[in-house]
Design a protein around this ligand. Structure first.
Ligand SMILES: Cc1cc2nc3c(=O)[nH]c(=O)nc-3n(C[C@H](O)[C@H](O)[C@H](O)COP(=O)(O)OP(=O)(O)OC[C@H]3O[C@@H](n4cnc5c(N)ncnc54)[C@H](O)[C@@H]3O)c2cc1C
Length: 419
């Protein structure tokens, strides 16, 4: 480590630090925890005050929950949200209940601990875990991440605005984890098209999928199947789906997501889909929501579905989570990808800091590892998404799996592990 750059603990006011992490969502918290555990000084910046809401289905899949535990999230934070026991899929051809009934089926779901936990709660628990590990959380809207002139090779200067005025921090490296539209990640040159499949390009993806947009609201007094996440794939909501995800005490997170290609009227289209999903008596959700009451206004947010041509590594900078378009194009799930790539980015920077080399070639293995691990997955989801957009395919699939006894445990396991 270069002299004069602190190790362990934070820095007062503006100043220098080993790593600045931009964005305290799952990707940023995972990176901050990993770096702090490696003994590095880390400042975790977010424009929002925590706890903060993030429009989401709140489905913390089995992979994401396993990561959260690895990162030190306290069991007491998870305890109020019971493990899911299965899933229900409704489409024009009818519904299929994927909750295993036999003891053997239920046993096969051991190790598939997935829960619905509001992001207001889950993300705050991740941030607390990062703070316990030694990271320092600060409120700041980051405007720019430029080179640190006169600093070490690869060093970065982060400027932004906090509640008390301008913020200027110098860091040996930065993790860009600002989620959808992250301006720090967008600030580095995109991977050239020809190089996107090349490790040195550092990007993820080749053919780019459409973007996603989703709207969700909270309800009380919901009469949905207990302990099951419910997906609705009726023809009118394709390409996309509606969901009802149960929360304790009869609450539920209810939403609709769809694909968009840019252009006017997308938000209005989404709102119409959402209203039809919750109100139309022919919608499966409307039955479960009869007698339920909305808990606040619904919120919408875009999704950077992968794979996309994005550079994930530059001098002194790594991109993690949705800032790198690491979101499944079939499900819209991005929390597990965010936690995984955040932790990997933290490990990669801890190694590079120990070796004293933060230039792009030394950070390239991170981009390569992320590509190797996630590109096949994102592509497979893209293929499945296109196939399932045809209602006839869905009808045939549901008819085929409904009578098969292993369909419930296998289907539930698959759906609980998608995020
Ligand atoms: C409606 C909806 C439903 C979804 N449902 C699910 C689901 O059920 N399960 C699932 O796995 N995924 C779901 N997703 C996807 C998931 O929400 C994201 O992929 C995930 O949050 C990505 O995590 P992240 O840490 O990369 O980014 P984020 O969670 O978006 O966190 C980014 C953070 O960076 C901060 N930030 C941004 N810019 C700046 C800046 N300039 N300066 C400082 N701070 C900044 C933001 O305030 C934010 O806190 C859903 C998405 C939507 C829109």
């Amino acid at each position: 480590m270069a002299e004069g750059h602190g190790m362990g603990g934070g820095v007062g006011g503006n100043g220098s630090v080993d790593v600045v992490v931009v964005g305290a969502g799952p990707a940023g918290s995972a990176a901050a925890t990993t770096l702090a555990r490696a003994g590095r000084s880390v400042i975790l910046l977010d424009r929002a005050a925590f706890p903060r809401d993030k429009p989401c289905g709140d489905l913390i899949g089995a992979r994401a929950l396993a990561w959260a535990r690895c990162l030190g999230v306290a069991e007491a934070d998870l305890a109020p949200y019971p493990p899911l026991v299965g899933a229900l899929v409704a489409a024009d051809g009818g519904a299929v209940d994927l909750a295993p009934r036999s003891a053997l089926g239920r046993a096969s779901l051991r190790g598939s601990d997935a829960r619905v936990i509001p992001r207001l709660v889950f993300d705050a628990a991740l941030v607390r875990a990062a703070e316990r590990a030694g990271a320092e959380l600060r409120r700041c809207t980051v405007r720019e991440v430029g080179p640190w002139r006169g600093g070490p090779d690869g060093g970065r200067e982060v400027t932004g605005v906090g509640p008390d005025g301008p913020v200027r921090l110098q860091a040996r490296a930065v993790v860009a984890a600002g989620g959808y539209g992250c301006r720090v990640a967008a600030g580095i040159a995109p991977a050239p098209a020809a190089a996107s499949g090349h490790p040195s390009g550092g990007g993820v993806g080749l053919a780019e999928p459409p973007r996603g947009i989703a709207m969700r609201g909270y309800f009380r007094g919901v009469d949905a199947p207990a302990g099951r996440i419910a997906f609705c794939l009726n023809g009118w909501v394709l390409p996309g789906y509606g969901w009802v995800f149960p929360l304790p005490d009869g609450g539920a997170n209810v939403g609709v997501g769809t694909l968009v290609r840019g252009g006017a009227g997308e938000r209005e289209h989404l709102r119409r889909l959402y209203e039809r999903f919750v109100d139309d008596p022919a919608s499966p959700a409307a039955g479960w929501l009869a007698g339920a009451s909305a808990d606040g206004e619904p919120r919408s947010w875009p999704l950077d579905l992968g794979p996309r041509r994005r550079r994930l590594a530059a001098d002194g900078l790594l991109v993690a989570g949705e800032a790198g378009a690491l979101v499944g194009p079939l499900t819209g799930a991005g929390i597990a990808f965010a936690l995984d790539t955040g932790a990997r980015a933290g490990e990669a920077l801890a190694t590079a800091l120990a070796a004293g080399d933060l230039r792009e070639p030394a950070l390239r293995p991170y981009a390569r590892a992320v590509r190797r691990r996630f590109l096949p997955w994102l592509r497979a989801e893209g293929v499945a998404q296109r196939w399932l957009t045809d209602p006839d395919h869905l009808r045939a699939l549901l008819a085929a799996v409904r009578p098969l006894p292993p369909a419930a445990p296998l289907g539930a396991r698959l759906l609980l592990h998608l995020g």
